[in-house]
Design a binder for this molecule. Sequence first.
Ligand SMILES: Cc1cc2nc3c(=O)[nH]c(=O)nc-3n(C[C@H](O)[C@H](O)[C@H](O)COP(=O)(O)OP(=O)(O)OC[C@H]3O[C@@H](n4cnc5c(N)ncnc54)[C@H](O)[C@@H]3O)c2cc1C
Length: 306
Amino acid sequence: MTITPDTDLIVVGAGPAGVAAAVMAAGLHMDTLLVEATAIGSKLTVIGALNNVPGAWTSGPELAAAHKQDITRHQQTGRLTLLTARAERVTGHDNHAELTLHDGRTLTAHDIVVATGVTALTTTDAPWITTPQPLPLPPLWRMAPGDLSDRATIVLGADRPLGTWLRAHPDAPVRLEVLHPPADTYKTSEVRDDPRVSLVPVTRAVLDPLAQGQVRVTADGPSPGGYRRTAGAVVTNLGSSPAAPAGLNREADGYCPPDRQHPRVHVAGDLKGARMQRVSVAMGDGARAALTAYYRGPAVSGRSAV
Ligand SMILES: Cc1cc2nc3c(=O)[nH]c(=O)nc-3n(C[C@H](O)[C@H](O)[C@H](O)COP(=O)(O)OP(=O)(O)OC[C@H]3O[C@@H](n4cnc5c(N)ncnc54)[C@H](O)[C@@H]3O)c2cc1C
């Protein structure tokens, strides 16, 4: 079936990859629809300290604000539309691609760029953690120092954002007890000498919610049941998994390599693989995805105006 797509390009996700794709496409006079579930640069807004980013930005909120301005500028040209909605499924067809939204609407374009990034793992994703019921614990990297009291905070997992968080808040008077499986000890080298951190290798941790937001944590380490604490502040730091809408081709680890997708569906940024999850890589991916759609055609509505 041949249809006339609603627009030239749909970009899903307004992080660094999606913003780069949208800005590149709109700059090339492609009619572009940017679909974002929450807010432009939502992840960047909670990253206190950035490094190795194009433009030498050192603060995530400032880069997110710059992204917003870029999107607004292109919205004013009439070539870029921002839609706040959650994408559910992406489907490639011979002459178009289709995006199904959470509310059931279907949108079509010549091509779709998917740049939905990764999402923080929760306690139910970690085989070494047992909870009698799902506990909505926040990830460490979303916490401001003021959110954590001067009493010890229990951190579940030793993933990379721990070091980033401590670097971002060098003077925060926190005490972090970091529980992690012994196999993850290699992840702790960056924080091992920070006096604010106690590293506790554990093979199993059981979390029991108590009254008034307290959580009892009992863990096997160094001896069975050898770690017992009750704390008000328990946060996760368990790593992340791809936030892929349905319809993409995935590897066993859930990531979506660009070369495994339908030719009209382009994956960019953190979603493509666990390696090189960096802002600069995401921006490069996004720009490349938009250019791929632009040069491949077919007829792009605004192209004659360039
Ligand atoms: C604590 C921390 C510190 C970091 N520090 C650095 C650093 O110093 N330097 C560096 O280069 N990188 C750093 N990174 C990595 C960097 O943040 C990522 O590589 C980058 O944000 C990836 O961009 P992205 O556009 O692929 O994904 P994201 O930034 O994750 O953006 C994805 C967007 O897609 C949206 N989305 C998700 N699912 C859907 C859906 N179904 N429908 C619609 N929208 C959706 C999300 O709301 C989000 O806005 C850090 C990451 C963390 C967590």
